[in-house]
Write a protein that binds this ligand. Structure first.
Ligand code: FE2
Length: 376
């Protein structure tokens, strides 16, 4: 086994040339942003925040911004065919385009990363309105995915210039989702290490955990993964690549259907996973089914936990422990018809790891779904 654990953060912020304050927002390019916004509000408990479209001077696209605690999603759809957003949707289906990172200085973030080999997506751009200024810059990452650097320290508006407040009487209650815990990318064969090097060299991240195909394989399919973290640990990007198995890797299925590399899952933190998942299931969100046998032995593996096992089993929540504590996690089925993007809901109780002890049960559950689609 090749697992390496390290908990040392960068010793000094002076050495961090790209200080990140966390995830600012995640932007999805979708075929129908109006309906997607309704889905995320209704099913996941987001609130309407802001809107941009022809009425606010945006002629070729519409964006809805929804928020729950520190979790902000932007849902964007093109209004015409001759449009790079339309091309993105034609190629990938609905998916994550932007992982936006909050920075103190978007100009410095752009210069530091592009000087280290990052490919420019957007040069530093100042957006102003009567409530202040937002500066945005951005670089490309795997596939057609991009990182935007968002500087909003001089802004007091609702989201950013070009958007207006989205007022509505439809405000479903929260499901307790708090913030992005991590965002996982699926990359192609032999592409994990080049992207690890990208995050190290261009963005100053470190590889904090590695899983080889012996860690992450079932009887049939396999993958490899390395977890990249920024200096303060606020931003974590695991990178997966497929590995050879008897049958097709789940990562390969993703790559086939997304038509390239992209975001596999967004993990969202909650402080009460039983309450959150109970509410999400009530609202129709489907999760991977975990066999009862998992729960017969799980406490032997993870030891004592605060929660009763019964509700965890009823909901299909997984448990894992590391040196620092334990975590509770669950994985949704894909959020669109293509077997591409899904969500993880995670509650950390000390553990800083990613649920290695659950990989086998989890991937067997994933494979049952993959098999039902005829893609195993
Ligand atoms: Fe995850």
């Amino acid at each position: 086994m090749n697992t390496v654990t390290s908990t040392n953060n960068l010793q000094s912020t002076q050495t961090d040339f790209l200080p990140l304050q966390g995830t600012d927002y995640v932007e999805f390019y979708v075929g129908n942003a109006k309906q997607a916004a309704h889905f995320y509000k209704t099913a996941f408990g987001f609130q309407s925040l802001a809107y941009a479209g022809p009425e606010t001077g945006m002629k070729d696209k519409v964006s809805y911004v929804i928020r729950q605690n520190k979790l902000t999603f932007v849902l964007t759809t093109p209004l015409r065919t001759d449009n790079p957003i339309a091309d993105h949707i034609y190629k990938h289906g609905d998916g994550v385009k932007v992982i936006a990172l909050k920075v103190e200085d978007a100009t410095s973030a752009f210069e530091e990363t592009t000087n280290r080999g990052g490919k420019s997506y957007m040069e530093p751009t100042s957006l102003k309105d009567d409530t202040g200024e937002v500066v945005i810059s951005g670089i490309h990452t795997y596939g057609d995915t991009v990182h935007l650097f968002i500087e909003r320290k001089n802004y007091n508006g609702i989201f950013m210039p070009g958007f207006r407040e989205w007022k509505t009487n439809y405000n479903p209650t929260s499901t307790g989702l708090l913030y992005v815990d991590h965002c996982v990318g699926n990359v192609g064969w032999n592409q994990m290490n080049p992207w690890v090097k990208f995050y190290e060299d261009v963005m100053g991240f470190r590889n904090i955990l590695s899983f080889d195909d012996k860690d992450i394989s079932t009887e049939y399919s396999a993958l490899m993964s390395k977890v990249m973290s920024n200096g303060n640990g606020y931003v974590k990007f695991p990178i997966n690549e497929p590995a050879e198995g008897k049958k097709k890797s789940q990562v390969e299925e993703y790559l086939d259907f997304y038509n390239g590399e992209g975001v596999q899952h967004v993990a969202i933190a909650t402080a009460d996973i039983v309450a959150t998942v109970t509410e999400l299931q009530k609202r129709g969100i489907e999760f991977l089914n975990i066999p009862p046998s998992y729960y017969e032995t799980v406490l032997d593996r993870v030891g004592k936990i605060d929660e009763d096992l019964q509700p965890l089993q009823e909901l299909g929540i997984l448990i894992d422990r590391d040196d620092e504590g334990y975590l509770l996690q669950i994985f949704s089925k894909p959020l669109e018809d293509r077997p591409t993007l899904f969500f993880e809901i995670i509650q950390r109780k000390g553990a800083k790891s990613f649920g290695k002890g659950n990989f086998k049960a989890l991937f067997e559950a994933l494979e049952r779904e993959q098999d039902a689609r005829g893609n195993l």
